[in-house]
Write a protein that binds this ligand. Structure first.
Ligand SMILES: [Zn+2]
Length: 309
């Protein structure tokens, strides 16, 4: 089974998951939900029901040619239409060539209401040898009637500290989760480390630390920040993350590092207010498009500057 530490509970429930005809896996992106869905499908299709890896069923499954396995996925985030669900239903209605039939909808939160209604019919009529696995990046995005017919499993995001220990347990001792934006999932972080993106984030974070600790390097920090290949909103979130980590360290919520600056009560208060203001700004930006990035960024960076200098 999948060995991510935040999925331990899922692995323990495997028998229960294998016995559900309709299974809904929900939770944020980047936690391995699709991998769980594939692992469950592999178990169900395996001739000895344990994803042995050696039987013919397992081999064809891994090769992507198992005739009783169907996968529906709209990677470009376009909605899943009723016609696509009808194709899936046609597949489910064919008699199985092996012991079981499994269909996965990987981004089922993209299904239109019409598509969900079509799916409902098949979900009600599944026989003992057929199963449906629905994977959703959003929580409670489906019709209540679908939930009432499925076993629902919610995958929760681990804490930043737990993600940090996981990264280090993989042998990346010099890496830390605190260098990455908070909207990065554990698997996003791993991907970024493997593809060598760490340096960019590390550099920004360290120039931010420099700004906070020594009150210097303001221009350098602004330059780094403006050059980031992120949207304005993502930059604000990242800036807010940097501030929150600083606050977290001062409140002993996150582990202190040797270069944690000792802040006065007043500085902690100002920092916390700035985080509030930024949080509000990020929320407003999600509603109002087209605010000038240059102006917005200069405003917030000058506030950060004034707090620490
Ligand atoms: Zn097998």
């Amino acid at each position: 089974m999948i060995s991510y530490p935040w999925l331990e509970e899922v692995a323990q429930k495997l028998d229960q998951l294998l016995s559900s005809k309709v299974l809904t896996l929900e939770g944020p992106k980047g936690l391995g939900k699709k991998e769980i869905a594939h692992e469950i499908a592999k178990h169900k299709l395996c001739s000895s029901n344990n994803a042995c890896g050696d039987c013919n069923a397992c081999k064809t499954f891994v090769a992507g040619t198992h005739p009783d396995f169907f996968i529906l996925n709209n990677p470009d985030s376009e909605s899943i239409k009723v016609d696509q669900v009808r194709e899936l239903i046609e597949f489910m209605n064919l008699s199985a060539t092996s012991q079981h039939k499994v269909a996965i909808i990987e981004t089922c939160n993209l299904m239109t209401v019409q598509a969900q209604n079509a799916l409902l019919k098949i979900a009600e009529d599944l026989n003992e040898k057929s199963s449906l696995i629905l994977v959703s990046d959003q929580v409670r995005s489906l019709l209540p009637t679908i939930y009432s017919r499925s076993h629902r499993l919610l995958i929760k995001e681990p804490s930043r500290i737990d993600i940090d220990s996981w990264i280090k347990s993989l042998g990346y001792h010099d890496e830390t989760v605190f260098n990455f934006p908070s909207y990065f999932s554990p698997l996003d972080i791993l991907e970024a480390i493997k593809s060598g993106e760490t340096a960019m984030y590390r550099e920004i974070y360290s120039s931010f630390q420099n700004l906070l600790l020594k009150g210097s390097g303001y221009e350098k920090f602004i330059k780094h920040f403006k050059d980031l290949s992120l949207t304005f909103n993502e930059k604000l979130v990242f800036l807010n993350d940097c501030l929150k980590i600083q606050l977290g360290k001062n409140l002993n919520f996150y582990p202190r590092t040797e270069n944690t600056k000792e802040l006065s009560q007043e500085e902690i208060f100002n920092l916390s207010n700035l985080i509030d203001e930024l949080t509000q700004q990020i929320f407003d930006l999600s509603k109002v498009k087209g605010l000038n990035e240059q102006v917005g960024m200069n405003y917030f960076l000058s506030k950060v500057h004034s707090i620490y200098n």
